[in-house]
Ligand binder design. Structure first.
Ligand code: SF4
Ligand code: SF4
Length: 356
C-alpha cells in the first residue's frame, strides 16, 4: 500500500481512535456510540435471525417519553445505530432520531433494513434528513439472488423489494447528499455457494458506499443454519477480496480485509484474538430497555428499573465485572460491527491491517 493511502486511512479512522485513547485518561468514560434496537417487530422471517427469540413476541417497547428520559442521562454520542426487528416499522422513527440529535448531538445514524416496507423507508428517511442535520446511512440486506434471498428471508418477493427500495433511495440521495447507501450480506451455509454471484450482482447493479459480507452471528432461528466450514470460508475470502466495491474504498479495504483474515483465525482458535474494547464505549439497548455491554452477552440491567437513568446501570458493579471479564478474554466472537471497531482502536492490529 502506498504511504499516501496509509495516511488517508489513519486520518479516516482517527476520530474513533482519538476518542478511545482520550477516554482512557478519563475516570467516567464517555460513550462513542450506541446500538439501539428500537423494535422487536419484524415483517421478515429470516432463517438466520440473530434476534429470533424476541421477534414479534408481545413486548413493551420503550415509548418516546422513555427514550427522552434515558437519552438525557447518556451524554454525547457520535454514532447511533438503530436496529431491530425492522426499525422502519416504528412510526415514530423520525422522532427518535430527532431526540438523539437534540439530546446527544448525534451526527451519524445507521439503519439496517430488510427493505420490505419501501414507502415507509422512503418517507421516514426523507423526514429524518429534513429534520436532523445527520449523515444517514441505510444498510440494505441482500443475502442472494432472487430464489436464495427469498428463501433465506422467508418472504416471496423480498428480493424485488430490495431492488425497488434501492431505486427509490438512490433518487432520494440526489436531493440529500447526506444519505449514504450500503449493502450487507450475511454469509451462512444457506448461501455459501452463492457468494461469488452476489458480489458480482452488487458490483454491477448498485452504486453504494460499501458492500459488507459478514459471517452469521450465533443463536440462529433454525438449527440447520450454520456458519460455513473454515475451509469454505477461507475459499470465500479470496473471492470477497476481489469485489470491485471493496476495491474502490481504500478506507474500508485494508481494515475489512484484515477482519476476514482474523475471523478465519478466530474460527480456528476459538478465542479472543483482538482485545475487545468496543463494548466499553458502544453499549446496546434493546426495544424493552434492557442494557448490554455487548448484545452477545447477558444483560446488565433494565432502564425501567432505574427510572431511565442509564448511568446507574452503566456504572453498576455487574456492568464493571462483565467488562473486566471481557478484558480478561472470557468470551470471543466474530461479530463484524464489534471486531471492525476493535481493529481500529488497537494500535497493533490497526498497523498490521495497513502494513501491506
Ligand atoms: S434478521 Fe432482521 S430482518 Fe430478518 S427476521 Fe431477524 S430482525 Fe427481521
Ligand atoms: S469478544 Fe465478542 S462476545 Fe465478547 S464482548 Fe467482545 S463483541 Fe461481545
Amino acid at each position: 500500500m502506498k504511504l499516501l493511502d496509509k495516511i488517508k486511512i489513519i486520518k479516516n479512522y482517527w476520530p474513533v481512535s482519538k476518542f478511545y485513547f482520550h477516554s482512557l485518561l478519563k475516570r467516567n468514560k464517555p460513550l462513542f456510540g450506541l446500538f439501539f434496537q428500537v423494535t422487536d417487530r419484524c415483517n421478515a422471517k429470516c432463517l438466520m435471525c440473530f434476534n429470533w427469540k424476541k421477534i414479534n413476541k408481545k413486548s413493551d417497547e420503550l415509548s418516546l417519553d422513555e427514550i427522552q428520559k434515558f437519552t438525557k442521562t447518556i451524554g454525547h454520542l457520535s454514532n447511533l445505530v438503530l436496529g431491530g426487528g425492522e426499525p422502519f416499522l416504528r412510526n415514530d422513527l423520525t422522532e427518535i432520531c430527532q431526540i438523539f440529535s437534540k439530546n446527544n448531538g448525534v451526527r451519524k445514524i445507521g439503519i439496517p433494513t430488510n427493505c420490505l416496507s419501501t414507502d415507509k423507508i422512503i418517507d421516514s428517511s426523507k423526514k429524518i434528513l429534513e429534520s436532523c442535520s445527520v449523515k444517514l446511512k441505510i444498510v440494505l440486506s441482500l443475502d442472494g439472488l432472487e430464489k436464495t434471498h427469498d428463501h433465506i428471508r422467508g418472504i416471496k418477493g423480498n428480493f424485488n423489494k430490495v431492488l425497488e427500495t434501492y431505486k427509490e433511495l438512490d433518487l432520494l440521495r440526489e436531493k440529500y447528499p447526506r444519505l449514504q447507501l450500503s449493502i450487507n450480506t450475511t454469509i451462512s451455509n444457506e448461501n455459501e455457494d452463492n457468494i461469488p454471484e452476489i458480489i458480482d450482482f452488487v458490483d454491477k447493479n448498485f452504486n453504494i458506499q460499501f458492500h459488507t459480507l459478514e459471517l452469521i452471528r450465533g443463536c440462529y432461528n433454525q438449527k440447520n443454519v450454520q456458519a460455513p466450514s473454515l475451509s469454505k470460508y477461507q475459499e470465500l475470502i479470496k473471492y470477497i477480496f476481489k469485489s470491485k466495491n471493496i476495491d474502490k474504498n481504500i478506507y474500508h479495504k485494508a481494515i475489512y480485509s484484515y477482519y476476514h483474515k482474523i475471523t478465519a483465525d478466530i474460527l480456528k482458535e476459538k478465542r479472543q484474538l483482538i482485545p475487545c474494547r468496543v463494548s466499553s464505549f458502544m453499549p446496546v439497548i434493546d426495544a424493552t430497555g434492557n442494557v448490554y455491554n455487548c448484545e452477545l452477552l447477558p444483560k446488565i440491567g433494565n432502564l425501567k428499573d432505574v427510572n431511565f437513568d442509564f448511568s446507574k446501570i452503566w456504572n453498576s458493579q455487574i456492568a464493571k465485572q462483565q467488562r473486566k471479564d471481557i478484558t480478561n478474554k472470557k468470551c470471543y466472537c466474530t461479530h463484524y460491527c464489534y471486531q471492525i471497531q476493535n481493529i481500529v482502536i488497537s494500535p497493533y492490529h490497526f498497523l498490521k491491517a495497513i502494513s501491506k
